[in-house]
Design a binder for this molecule. Structure first.
Ligand code: ITT
Length: 197
């Protein structure tokens, strides 16, 4: 079964491709939505991950009759009232990269001892401008005082996962998939689709 993934983030796409191979080998083909790069992205003005995931999935599903899914995800830090949250990709500005976002997070947590945080991922599944369902995953951790590891992307080098004893950027892709917000949400999507086939 073909599943079009509507994301401009190549790291997310890679994680979904890997997840499909591991969780349902040979059953699902994860492909980037054709032509997505030429489309104007939707504004993502929602204040929840659900709202933004639905907005993206509905918007991108208008260009195909196949199933399309979109992911809205981010990091919610307790001491910052849930920030950066839905603004995770643009925390340090509209065109900020991972490095600038991570540095701003560290600055905003200077002197803060309570460093609990949660990664959240909501996947919305849609077909031809009709929402089918959403799937949510979350994983808890702590924000370190400096980056560790080179795997993953985004806030992974700062996100320490106590059961692993390392950051998500030090974990292997297989380890991250097992516990991550995206791995959990995607596993629910796969289970849902398996029941429908
Ligand atoms: P699309 O909207 O095109 O999918 P995006 O990167 O803008 O791409 P989001 O709006 O959902 O996607 O923002 C997600 C951001 O949250 C991402 O850029 C990272 O900064 C952070 N993030 C999400 N999942 C992460 C993960 O597994 N590891 C590290 N950071 C993550």
């Amino acid at each position: 079964m073909i599943l079009y993934c509507a994301t401009s983030n190549r790291h997310k796409l890679r994680e979904f491709e890997h997840a499909a191979q591991r969780l349902a080998p040979g059953s699902f083909q994860i492909l980037p939505l054709p032509g997505l790069g030429e489309l104007q992205p939707p504004p993502e003005t929602g204040d929840t991950f659900e709202a933004n995931a639905i907005e993206k999935a509905l918007y991108y599903s208008q260009w195909t009759q196949e199933l399309v899914f979109a992911d809205d995800s981010g990091l919610a830090v307790e001491a910052l009232g849930g920030a950066p949250g839905v603004l995770s990709a643009r925390y340090a500005g509209p065109s900020a990269g991972d490095q600038a976002n991570n540095q701003l997070l560290l600055r905003n947590l200077q002197g803060v001892t309570h460093r609990a945080a949660e990664f959240v991922c909501v996947i919305a599944l849609a077909q031809a401008k009709r929402l089918i369902r959403t799937f949510r995953g979350a994983v808890r951790g702590e924000i370190l005082h400096q980056e560790r590891g080179v795997n993953g992307f985004g806030y992974d080098p700062l996100f320490y996962h106590p059961p692993f004893g390392c950051t998500f950027a030090e974990a292997t892709p297989d380890q991250k998939l097992l516990v991550s917000h995206r791995g959990q949400a995607f596993a629910q999507l796969i289970e849902y689709l398996k029941q429908r086939i």
